[in-house]
Design a protein around this ligand. Sequence first.
Ligand code: MN
Length: 148
Amino acid sequence: MAAGDYVYGIHTGERESDMKSRILVIEDNEQNLYLVKFILEKNGYEVCEARDGREGIEMAEKIKPDLILLDIQLPVMDGYAVARTLRTKPDLATVPIVAVTSYAMAGDREKTIAAGCNGYIEKPINPDTFMQQVEQQLCLRADGGEGK
Ligand code: MN
């Protein structure tokens, strides 16, 4: 060990360069939240969580996430209301919102898009394709694209 190395040093400046995007997960189901968090953290993302709609909005305002994963069936405020509210806030108007929901009826995708979401991932989550779907939305933003 070279002089000047600190045995007890924690995160000696590596964090900034390694830092990946921050993702807010708004989800009230513990199992889904656990799975999503596990996959995202394994891929190096910083994950923040909220368990109901209002908490989700407060958290989004506080942490300014790079992407929001939004469950639709939520206590206090449903995901549609959350998306519509986020879109009225100048700071958050362009953050990508991806609905993650088991609502798979015809017209549900359109409803989430109309509420302001950029994308839609169906539950149950497929761990093999989930990251790809999330990163696609992050890339659209990084390219300055509007998404669809
Ligand atoms: Mn739910």
